[in-house]
Design a protein around this ligand. Structure first.
Ligand SMILES: [Zn+2]
Ligand SMILES: [Zn+2]
Ligand SMILES: [Zn+2]
Length: 253
């Protein structure tokens, strides 16, 4: 009997693969649906396409930021021919990166538009009201495992949330400047493409583990942290309440 995956995932998870995920059927082709909230079924590619588009959008933003930083540093140096050439190259590269970034933004918009308007889209939008949405356990762990800045103490990922840009912000990609200086080299174009290809392969695998984990991280708000109130805070609230009551009585009189 083929696995149904139903019991392989945590009970509190909102996403589960549809029964027979990845199996083919002579009449219907291959099933690749994810069940959301136990009652809605979405095509896996909605998630895979969006997560890849978001990765690429983040990637060009990080390229842009690194180039702009390099340009600022070069401009501060006293004039010398070699630096002038490097500066010129950086400006040229920046122009290309800006074009790619703009295209990635359009692609991201297109893929976001493929989320049917309804509960899933509402949850997606609600989550993004918080600029730190991506600083959640699953995505931090993902960044650590890839050797991103979350694996070190530089706080780059956290700082992106409060930086100038509101979209394309998130964890490190193969183009993070801080990661490159930590590694001591920049990835080649081919190596960067391999990273995207691998992400694509994991998300579209017949094994739904990774796509389920990422769909959960991108669409489902983590449970609220229960913050225990400190005694002084409780005392203050009680005091405030009693003061309000007094005012209310006074108004009646
Ligand atoms: Zn860093
Ligand atoms: Zn990084
Ligand atoms: Zn990170």
């Amino acid at each position: 009997m083929s696995p149904t995956y139903n019991h392989m995932y945590e009970a509190r998870q909102k996403f589960k693969p549809k029964r027979w995920y990845g199996e083919s059927d002579a009449n219907y082709g291959i099933f690749r649906g994810l069940i959301y909230n136990n009652n809605l079924i979405f095509e896996r590619d909605i998630f895979a396409d969006l997560i890849i588009a978001e990765y690429k959008f983040r990637q060009t933003l990080q390229q842009k930021e690194t180039l702009e930083r390099n340009i600022r540093a070069l401009e501060k140096l006293p004039e010398n021919d070699e630096d002038e050439k490097r500066l010129e190259l950086c400006h040229k590269e920046l122009e290309t990166v800006k074009r790619n970034h703009s295209q990635n933004e359009q692609k991201m918009f297109a893929d976001e538009s493929m989320i049917p308007p309804g509960p899933l889209k509402r949850d997606y939008d609600a989550m993004r009201q918080d600029p730190t949405w991506y600083l959640r356990k699953e995505l931090i762990e993902d960044c650590v495992s890839r050797g991103g800045c979350c694996a070190r103490g530089c706080d780059c990922c956290k700082n992106r949330a409060v930086a100038y840009y509101k979209r394309g912000v998130g964890h490190c990609t193969a183009d993070c400047g801080c990661c490159a200086s930590e590694r001591g080299f920049e990835y080649t174009v081919g190596e960067k493409q391999q990273t995207v290809d691998q992400l694509d392969k994991m998300l579209r695998s017949r094994n739904p583990s990774y796509v389920v984990k990422m769909a959960e991280a991108y669409f489902v708000k983590p449970p609220e942290k229960k913050v225990q109130k400190v005694p002084e805070q409780i005392q203050k609230e009680q005091k405030d309440k009693s003061q309000k009551k007094k005012v209310w009585w006074k108004q009646l009189v």
